[in-house]
Design a protein. Structure first.
Length: 169
């Protein structure tokens, strides 16, 4: 009896998102005393809303025949500098927020002193250098291609999360 070969489609997809917009409302980019301190210079990044990441993940899980074995780089719809993001947050929160581009070694040392594992300090160095050197992610349309819906803008994110900054110091 002849052997039939059955090709199996991988049931997984890989999603590689850009920097999360939620970093500004929940983690290391959240303003402290009206300042976002991160060594990204004038480099831009296509920040992505975690809701868009979840929508892509749901679409890939719902249709493994289409998405199985594929890898997707996910971005937001616009590349912004941290200073531009701070200006949008200022508008939406109704309080002045600015970006301070601290020297990278000092910033990483401060992060480690405040509990970031040293190994992750090396990751933060690479991430911030990539953006500062002008090699941050650029909008690529993948979210809309997969979900049929454009990704959230940073302004939309800031508007919906304005209370995160209004309540902060």
């Amino acid at each position: 009896m002849p052997q039939h070969s059955h090709q199996t489609v991988p049931m997984h997809s890989i999603v590689r998102p850009a920097w999360f917009m939620q970093n500004f409302s929940e983690t290391f980019l959240k303003p402290i005393d009206g300042v976002i301190v991160v060594p990204t210079g004038d480099g831009a990044e296509a920040f992505i809303d975690a809701e868009d990441i979840a929508a892509v993940a749901a679409a890939t899980l719902a249709d493994p025949q289409t998405h199985g074995g594929k890898a997707y780089s996910l971005t937001g719809p616009e590349a912004l500098t941290v200073a531009q993001a701070a200006a949008i947050i200022s508008d939406e929160a109704g309080k002045p927020i600015k970006h301070v581009d601290l020297e990278r070694d000092a910033w990483i040392a401060g992060a480690i002193a405040n509990g970031v594992p040293p190994e992750y300090g090396a990751v933060l160095r690479q991430l911030t250098e990539t953006v500062a050197n002008g090699r941050g992610s650029r909008p690529n349309g993948v979210v809309e291609k997969i979900t049929g819906t454009p990704p959230h803008t940073f302004r939309n994110f800031a508007h919906n999360n304005a209370n995160a900054w209004k309540e902060a110091k």
